[in-house]
Each structure stands twice: as structure tokens, then as C-alpha cells.
Design a protein. Structure first.
Length: 352
């Protein structure tokens, strides 16, 4: 039976029916004899940073005599249980039904585990709850990989016909995949990534002042005012630093999406960057900190999925979630402005 995270031998209780029909199950024994608890303990401790070698250190003390006769704490046994539990976590994450999920915002980003890249998706529903949705593994963060991720969400029941805010770091592959799968996406590029991209193309003495001006512009009263400030800055950088100026202009409109939608500041702080999904990715990386060698893509998927599930247990509703219904209305209005019908002149011809 299971005791304190280990297997302990006991005298098996037997109960037979009085009418002689045979042996009856003992519910209490079957409960304690199960190995599911051991699997959960292995998952929790290894995600918490305890290695398979030091796994016995984190076990509940049960006395020297019991410990000496206990089993199931070897490195290989713990590793097998952990692999089984992470396979389960991956399967449950990828099989979850999304038909009842009313997403307002979708965030997509990539995380690297050794030579493997996992593209992950995080959704925010109309109530402000964050949901780890799915992940796929590949060599690079390309459009095919991202399209596979989003197509999988659609096949699991996610409604891709409604307007949705898609927050990305600016990768063209992610943008292409979103446009291919969703009917009415409104794309917002991360302002933090844009600031870093511009600053990386500037000398150190100019990085700070330019970053300050960009942050000031992103907090302007209107998207029109912000765009004017940023274009003015780009013109000033054209001659001395043309690379920074080009980087600033590239995708400029999409960095102002949240401001153009009129999102209140409390909610805008969450949606103007990819910090929300990067926080989940950071938890995945922390949990996998003890891994020194990534054997294959399946291993990367298992660890990433387990980290996403663990991160989901720590999530709180986003700040300003009460404004999400207003954001939904703003998205519908934004899509309505961009959808236009045929405007061809038609000549009326009378039949002879």
C-alpha cells in the first residue's frame, strides 16, 4: 500500500461472502493500494525542483523500520511515474472540449526547450479567467506550426467565427496563421517587444530617451495622437538611425490596437503586451530547470504541458475583467468597420 510517498508491504485483508460466493473487495485497501497518489506526488515534487536522485529527501517521514522495507522510491521508479503523469497532463490538455469557452482574447507565443520549440496558446474568457489551451512542438516558430495549433483549437470546438483580440509578439508567422484560421481576428502586437526591438538598434545613450518617448506615446489619449507622436519620432531617427526608424514603423498600427479599441487602463495593462502568456511560460521554464538533456520533442511537450497545467492552478482573473464585455462590443464594432460589401455600379436594363 501507499504510505508517505512510498510502497509498504502489508498483510492483505481478505473478506469472503457468507454465502460462499467468493471473495469480496475491500474498498479501503483498494484505495490505499492504488498508485495514483504516488504519481501525483512524483509530479508535484519534480515540478517543484526535486530531482529523481533526491526524491526520497522530500518524502514524509514514517520511521526507520518502515523506510528500510519500503519500495517505489528509486530513481527509475519515480521517473516512470513522472513520465506517465506528464503524458496524462498532455493528453488532458489537448483533449479538453472548448465548445463552451467564450474567448475574448487569445495570446500566442513560443518557448524553447533545448533544440525544440513549443508554440503555446492562452485564452482569456468573457469572465476574465485565463485558460491554458494547447501547444505544439517543432524546430522553429513557423506559420505551419502555428496554423496546426490554431486548427487544433477549432477542431476541439473553439468558435473561430466571432471577433477576437489576438495578442502576439510581432512574429509574421503567428500573424499569418491567425488570419488563416480565424474569420474576424483583431491583431494587437506587444508594445514591450516593439520597444525592445527599437532600442536594440540604437546606441546606449539614445535607448533610454527613445524608450521613454515611445512609452509616453503608447499612453496617449487616443490612437491618432499616439500614432502622430511615434511617426514624429521615426522621422527624427530616419537619418541618424534608419534601422531603428524602420523597426518603429513596421507594424505600428497593430501596436496601437488596444488604444484604438478604447480599452480602459486597468484592462489595457494586461492586453497591451504578451506578459500574461510569458508569465505562464516562465513557470514552465522554472519547473523544467533541472532538465539537462532534452531527449526528444515528446519530452519537451510533456514538460511544457505539465508546466501549463500547474500554471493554470495559480491563475487569477485579469485586472479590469469587468470591462471585457465592453471590449467584446468594441471588437464587433471594429470588425464591422473593416467588412465591406461589393460596391460595383449596376446598370438597370429593361427587357424588350
Amino acid at each position: 500500500m501507499t504510505l508517505g510517498g512510498r510502497r509498504v508491504a502489508v498483510q492483505r485483508p481478505r473478506v469472503r461472502a457468507a454465502d460462499g460466493s467468493g471473495e469480496l473487495p475491500v474498498a479501503a485497501y483498494e484505495l490505499f493500494a492504488g498508485t495514483e497518489i504516488l504519481g501525483r506526488l512524483a509530479l508535484e515534487r519534480m515540478l517543484g525542483g526535486l530531482s529523481t536522485r533526491r526524491y526520497p529527501v522530500g518524502l514524509e517521514p514514517v520511521g526507520t523500520q518502515v523506510t528500510q522495507g519500503a519500495t517505489g522510491t528509486s530513481k527509475s521508479a519515480v521517473s516512470r511515474r513522472f513520465v506517465a503523469m506528464t503524458h496524462t497532463a498532455l493528453a488532458e490538455l489537448m483533449r479538453a472540449d472548448l465548445s463552451g469557452l467564450d474567448l475574448v482574447c487569445l495570446l500566442i507565443d513560443g518557448v524553447h526547450f533545448g533544440e525544440h520549440t513549443c508554440v503555446v496558446a492562452l485564452g482569456i474568457d468573457i469572465d476574465g479567467t485565463k485558460h491554458p489551451l494547447a501547444l505544439v512542438e517543432g524546430a522553429t516558430e513557423n506559420a505551419t506550426l502555428a496554423r496546426e495549433l490554431l486548427t487544433g483549437l477549432r477542431e476541439r470546438g473553439l468558435d473561430t467565427t466571432r471577433p477576437i483580440l489576438c495578442v502576439i509578439d510581432g512574429a509574421k508567422a503567428l500573424r499569418r496563421a491567425i488570419l488563416d484560421v480565424f474569420d474576424h481576428p483583431v491583431i494587437a502586437r506587444c508594445q514591450q517587444h516593439k520597444i525592445r526591438n527599437v532600442r536594440d538598434k540604437l546606441p546606449e545613450r539614445l535607448g533610454g530617451p527613445v524608450e521613454h518617448r515611445m512609452r509616453t506615446a503608447y499612453r496617449a489619449a487616443s490612437a491618432l495622437d499616439a500614432e502622430a507622436q511615434l511617426l514624429t519620432l521615426a522621422r527624427e531617427l530616419d537619418k541618424p538611425h534608419p534601422g531603428a526608424a524602420a523597426s518603429l514603423r513596421e507594424g505600428l498600427t497593430e501596436t496601437l490596437t488596444v488604444l484604438r479599441l478604447g480599452v480602459p487602463p486597468t484592462l489595457a495593462r494586461t492586453l497591451r503586451s504578451t506578459n500574461t502568456i510569458e508569465s505562464m511560460i516562465s513557470i514552465c521554464r522554472d519547473h523544467a530547470g533541472n532538465v539537462k538533456r532534452w531527449q526528444d520533442g515528446t519530452m519537451a511537450l510533456r514538460w511544457c504541458a505539465a508546466g501549463m497545467v500547474e500554471a493554470g492552478k495559480q491563475f487569477r482573473r485579469v485586472n479590469g475583467y469587468l470591462h471585457l464585455p465592453a471590449l467584446r462590443a468594441a471588437l464587433e464594432a471594429e470588425v464591422a468597420k473593416t467588412v465591406t460589401g461589393p460596391c460595383e455600379d449596376q446598370e438597370v436594363v429593361e427587357a424588350a
